[in-house]
Write a protein that binds this ligand. Structure first.
Ligand SMILES: O=C(O)c1cc(=O)[nH]c(=O)n1[C@@H]1O[C@H](COP(=O)(O)O)[C@@H](O)[C@H]1O
Length: 274
């Protein structure tokens, strides 16, 4: 890994290649559309096509761990190779694992995704704070020590998230309490804590005190549009990472077509955001 810290790597990558984060989500329907078998060989080919299309073009790539895990250990082996090829080529990798557990167990998950010696080691990982934000303390400390990031779910893109994330606790929403806890960690200037805030709707959060990166999934397949980003994330645009997975991946399996789709979306985002 580069000696640069997470924030420096993120800034350098996004200023060179834009803010778009493309997902590698090998849905069974996409494997079928790409003419690939629904097994680890199909998964490997899918990931290889994505790597070829995105390296050098896209700053941040987010493999969705679930679609690899679905194939058991052969799927994990493909994920390991995908993460390592992307990172060796200078593409930042957010492992979308959405882990969340009691603190002591969470530390083991943290070692998997953020530990220097793990074959799954990534630049950042998505985590759930809904066992209590403090259950993430050791994960955040490991990320910080290793110059990596942690993206904490605050207000997710799915409609079902509202019942929990918009519930009121001590005078603010649960989602806002996550934003505030993340801001407190980052007050040392590190940006170790990022947020996940869906781009699909008005999130209702006050993000003005939050200076870390914000991963914003929902573009394309879930209906969020590039035109709405500037208004939804007004004031938080510098480190905004809008995400699309299926919306881009549907352009495959041609590497050229996939690359064009990713570039077009990347350029639309850069044109729309200051
Ligand atoms: O953490 C995430 O990335 C995430 C959070 C969220 O609130 N909503 C959300 O869709 N995601 C992930 O982002 C990706 C979105 O995929 P598409 O809907 O195909 O663009 C999937 O891998 C989701 O699991």
């Amino acid at each position: 890994m580069s000696a640069q810290g997470w924030l420096d790597r993120l800034r350098a990558a996004t200023s060179a290649r834009g803010r778009l984060c493309v997902g590698i989500d090998p849905h069974p329907a996409l494997l079928e559309q790409w003419g690939l078998p629904s097994n680890a060989d199909g998964l490997e080919k899918f990931a290889e096509i994505c790597v070829e299309a995105f390296v050098g073009e896209i700053a941040v790539v987010k493999p969705q761990v679930a679609f690899f895990e679905a194939y058991g250990s052969p799927g994990y082996a493909v994920l390991e190779r995908t993460i390592s090829v992307l990172r060796d080529a200078g593409t930042l990798v957010i492992a979308d694992a959405k882990r969340g557990d009691i603190g002591s167990t969470m530390s083991a998950y943290a070692q998997s995704w953020l530990g220097a010696d793990s074959s799954l080691s990534s630049d950042a990982v998505t985590v759930s704070p809904y066992l209590g934000f403090d259950s993430l303390n050791e994960t955040i400390a490991l990320a910080e020590a290793g110059g990596r990031g942690v993206f904490v779910l605050a207000r997710t893109s799915n409609p079902e998230g509202a019942s929990l994330q918009q519930a009121i606790t001590t005078g603010r929403t649960v989602g806002q309490s996550i934003v505030d806890a993340g801001a407190a960690v980052n007050s040392n200037g590190s940006a170790t804590v990022g947020l996940v805030v869906g781009a699909t709707r008005d999130h209702g959060l006050d993000l003005s005190g939050f200076t870390g990166p914000i991963l914003a999934p929902g573009l394309g397949a879930q209906g969020a549009s590039v035109e709405d980003l500037a208004q939804i994330f007004d004031g938080s645009l510098k480190l905004l990472l809008p995400n699309s997975s299926r919306g881009v991946l549907r352009a495959g399996p041609s590497v050229g077509a996939l690359q064009d789709a990713a570039r077009t979306l990347r350029d639309e985002i850069e044109a729309a955001l200051p």
